[in-house]
Design a protein around this ligand. Structure first.
Ligand SMILES: *Cc1c(COP(=O)(O)O)cnc(C)c1O
Length: 390
């Protein structure tokens, strides 16, 4: 009997919804115009981009001209953090960049590049044991020369949700620009740019059943940014380059569907997640949940197992038919424990044995039951092999 193939890595990426594919298709070869052209081909494409912008703005509770389309979530993060830091320094001389220690590399490495290449002082905000960045942790670090603050809405590795509107209120009080990376949260959480008190918010379509290679950045009216991609005057001069019309159309449609169907999907996902959060520590010795026990993404379960090689576990799971992750898709093959797990205080022996299980719209109770049939035995086998080698 062929093994089932069960995909449980929806935090890494999701399949494109067939309805989104349908919406995109005409824009590849029928309505293929360049939105910047004067003629009717151009007008047709421009209308599609502006419709997409309107749709996304409705979902994020902002004005359409506050949405900038980009090439991915990482690019949105780059434009936000680098663009805001450079613009703020030009305006006020501010030289301090404050980002959380558990950010995705798209934010973290941008902050480090600002320090290395532009002489900024980059400082990391420490998380608590659940990987949460509290307003209390941010408040004492805000300074008169702080150019930009970046704290992610929800963490991709451990699922923890941060109190963004509280942190945003603190920054606003001091007149400091506040960015949140909402790429991982996009599918699951209500992102109201007004109640979140954010100036900048990043999204990436492929995390919510949209296509890869397209993202968006919310830029609150009046927020100054220096563009990272210079050239033509597309996207209010903030992102040069001919619009990727089909992908932009697809992103907006995917976000609309995600919003419409969110209550249904979240409820189902939470049930499966809670099942995993209960069963894994119950059925496997020396196992811990990572991230917050309940303030976490509805589809996200993450664990560490003492004395297990996380990469070997992923390979063994793959052979058994299950696609999971150790946390960040970008870190596969890296023998070092993840920055996030180190930042929440886990020792190497724990942090190397990490597992992230993220369910999706099509995940069934049976899929989770099959995983739970296999996981305890696989871990036991890996631990035995390890101790035989030692
Ligand atoms: C996936 C992800 C990104 C990167 O988005 P891409 O569209 O893949 O570049 C950034 N931040 C977080 C939190 C993510 O989960």
């Amino acid at each position: 009997m062929a093994e089932p193939r069960i995909y449980l890595d929806h935090a890494a990426t999701t399949p494109v919804d067939p309805r989104v594919v349908e919406a995109m298709l005409p824009y590849f070869n029928q309505r293929f115009g360049n939105p910047s052209s004067i003629h009717r081909w151009g007008q047709q494409a421009e209308a599609a981009v502006e419709r997409a912008r309107l749709l996304l703005a409705e979902g994020l509770n902002c004005r359409p001209d506050e949405i900038i389309f980009t090439g991915c979530g990482s690019e949105s993060d780059n434009l936000a953090v680098r663009g805001a830091a450079l613009a703020a320094r030009r305006k006020t001389g501010g030289n301090h960049v404050l980002v959380s220690a558990v950010e995705h590399h798209a934010v973290l490495n941008t902050a480090l590049a600002l320090a290395d290449e532009h002489g900024f002082e980059a400082q990391l905000i420490p998380p608590d044991e659940f990987g949460q960045i509290t307003a209390e942790a941010v408040a004492p670090l805000l300074r008169p020369d702080t150019a930009v603050v970046s704290v992610m809405t929800a963490n991709n590795e451990i699922g923890t949700i941060n109190p963004i509107s509280e942190i945003g209120a603190l920054c606003r009080q001091k007149g400091i620009i506040f960015h949140t990376d909402a790429v991982q949260a996009g599918a699951h959480l209500r992102l109201d740019t007004q109640s979140l008190n954010v100036d900048l918010l990043s999204l990436g379509a492929h995390k919510f059943y949209g296509p890869k290679g397209v993202g968006a950045l919310y830029v609150r009216d009046g927020t100054q940014l220096v563009p990272t991609l210079t050239g033509g005057s597309q996207e209010a001069g903030l992102r040069a380059g001919t619009h990727n019309v089909p992908l932009i159309v697809g992103m907006a449609e995917a976000y609309r569907l995600a919003l419409d169907e969110r209550p249904l999907h979240n409820q189902r996902a939470e049930m499966l997640r809670d099942h995993l959060l209960r069963q894994v520590p119950d059925s496997i010795p020396d196992a811990q949940i990572t991230g917050h026990p309940n303030l976490r993404l509805p589809n996200h379960a993450s664990f560490v197992f003492h004395g297990v090689d996380g990469n070997q576990l992923l390979v063994a799971l793959d052979v058994a038919g299950f696609a999971c992750s150790s946390g960040s898709a970008c870190k596969t093959g890296d023998p070092e424990p993840s920055d996030v797990l180190a930042a929440i205080g886990l020792s190497r022996e724990w942090a190397l044995g990490s597992l992230r299980i993220t369910v999706g719209r099509d995940t069934s109770e049976e899929d989770i039951a099959r995983l739970m049939d296999q996981l305890p035995g696989l871990i036991q086998r890996l631990r035995t092999a390890e101790s035989l080698q030692a």
